[in-house]
Design a protein around this ligand. Structure first.
Ligand code: BG6
Length: 479
């Protein structure tokens, strides 16, 4: 369905995020016929480029990061006619009048702040000064949204000076992933799961986001963040919220975000003993260690983190959530596993073994779900039980439609234009997530804790295994 005509201004239009994600995502939506009429995409950045030069940049970005989307011949040329460029100084006055002139028409205006968070306040201020901050204006901001509660509050306050919360779209691209939304469909669209979705029936939940890449060229940013700030406070937190929240009354921004916020506020502080941080080691001469990658042999920043999280509320008391994420691990896998309790009594006797149902939600790769169920082993050998998966790989079950799903950025940018904030983080949510993370970070910083080491291509530090073993549980295999 085509969206209304819009002007999208990308501050940081020549930056890495624009090149890798935003511009290719817009192109794919254009190919899909969603961006019609006179909609415009205006790159805005400090460097001096002609519109043609920026169009060349867009062309290259699409060639490199389009992900093999097939569009009719001539689509790229026609997409480029929607592209414009303004040289702008975020902190000064240059370029602002020109930009204001370009986005003069009365229509949806979205300003994507794909720049360092330290510029958010200044950009909001300039937009206001130049008459671009009216009720049709939307602001899109990226993570990192602050590095602690205090800085997040400053960012929120800077934006709130000129924009209402209903105009601010804080992107967490995990919320745009197809399976993440499917999590809500599965929970609240079926009768099957919700009655069992509590500590009475669920033993524990595991959230794993494992990556094979190292910190690569992002060492400077990453070393100031670490896995906690880069992944847990935002992406993993959002996953946890969607699994743990109460059913919202409606699938709308206020209801969904209210419920997520309640989960974050019910999180217990994580004690030091329930937390393992790690740094990857080198893997031959090609793949350097974390310390080499960031060029600082004394860095105490973690490239891996595992933790046991408790939610103190009626539904979840007694059911821990184990979360882990790291770089340079064995495989690129993101999944949520809901591990149910064993049956209260086995009528088949002790020799039938221990069995439990596990609902696995695979975010990537092979998006889909799998429900492990226990059945009788076929054959005449008596009542022997075995676990088999009921597998629903979306691409198999839904055919080509499932392979054609828009990527996270495509969906989220179109939601901005539609004015739907359901899949964006609200200011109070982000602050609550920092309020939970801060004491942990301060704790290890004050103590000067040294992360454990782990082999590249492994499943993380040994100590993380213990986090589970001591509770009589184990991590699921990373495959
Ligand atoms: C980003 C992090 O937000 O998410 C990166 O900054 C991480 O460090 C990335 O690699 C993971 O995203 P995805 O979609 O590849 O799982």
């Amino acid at each position: 369905i085509p969206v209304d005509e819009f002007d999208l201004v990308i501050f940081g239009g020549t930056g890495d995020l624009a090149r890798r994600k935003i511009l290719p995502a817009l192109f794919r939506r254009f190919c899909a016929g969603q961006m019609e009429g006179k909609s415009r995409i205006i790159g805005a950045a400090r460097s001096d480029h002609s519109t043609q030069e920026f169009r060349d940049f867009v062309t290259e970005s699409i060639r490199e990061f389009n992900g093999g989307t097939h569009c009719e011949d001539g689509t790229l040329e026609s997409f480029l006619t929607h592209i414009d460029y303004v040289q702008i100084d975020a902190l000064g006055t240059d370029g602002w009048a020109e930009l204001a002139e370009k986005v003069e028409e009365k229509r949806i205006r979205a300003f994507y702040f794909s720049v360092a968070p330290s510029l958010f306040g200044a950009l909001a201020e300039r937009l206001h000064e130049h008459g671009m901050a009216d009720s049709d204006t939307r602001i899109v901001v990226e993570k990192p949204f602050g590095r602690d509660l205090a800085s997040a509050k400053v960012l929120n306050a800077g934006l709130a000076q000129h924009f209402d919360e209903s105009q601010i779209y804080r992107i967490d691209h995990y919320l745009g992933k197809e399976t993440v939304q499917n999590l809500m469909a599965v929970r609240f669209g079926n009768m099957l799961f919700e009655p069992l979705w509590n500590s009475q029936y669920i033993d524990h939940i595991q959230i794993t986001v494992s990556e094979t890449v190292g910190v690569g060229g992002r060492g400077e940013y990453y070393d100031k963040s670490g896995a906690m700030r880069d992944m847990v406070q935002n992406h993993l937190m959002q996953l946890l919220c969607l699994i743990a929240m109460e059913p919202p009354a409606k699938f709308d921004p206020a209801a969904v975000r209210d419920e997520k916020l309640k989960v974050i506020r019910a999180l217990d502080p994580v004690p030091q003993d329930d937390l393992v941080r790690g740094q990857y080691l080198a893997d031959g001469p090609e793949k350097e260690s974390y310390l080499q990658d960031v060029g600082d042999t004394s860095s105490l920043t973690e490239s891996y983190i595992a933790m046991k999280v408790k939610i103190s509320n009626w539904r979840w008391a007694g059911t821990p959530f184990y979360m882990r994420t790291g770089k340079r691990l064995k495989a690129r896998t993101s999944e949520i596993a809901v591990v149910f309790k064993e049956t209260p009594h086995s009528i088949f006797g002790p020799e039938s073994g221990n069995h439990r149902n596990i609902l696995t939600i695979r975010l990537q790769p092979n998006e889909g779900m799998e429900l492990g169920v226990t059945i009788k082993e076929p054959g005449p050998g008596g009542m022997r039980l075995v676990d088999v998966p009921l597998d629903m790989t979306f691409a198999d079950a839904l055919g080509p439609d499932a392979e054609d799903v828009p990527d996270a950025y495509e969906r989220l940018i179109m939601d901005v234009i539609r004015g739907n904030q359901t899949l964006f983080m609200r200011g109070d949510e982000v602050e609550a997530a920092w309020a939970w993370a801060d004491p942990m970070i301060e704790g290890w910083e004050d103590r000067g804790d040294k992360p454990k080491t782990y082999e590249s291509g492994s499943t993380g530090p040994e100590e993380a295994l213990m986090l589970m073993h001591r509770d009589g549980r184990r991590w699921r295999e990373i495959r």
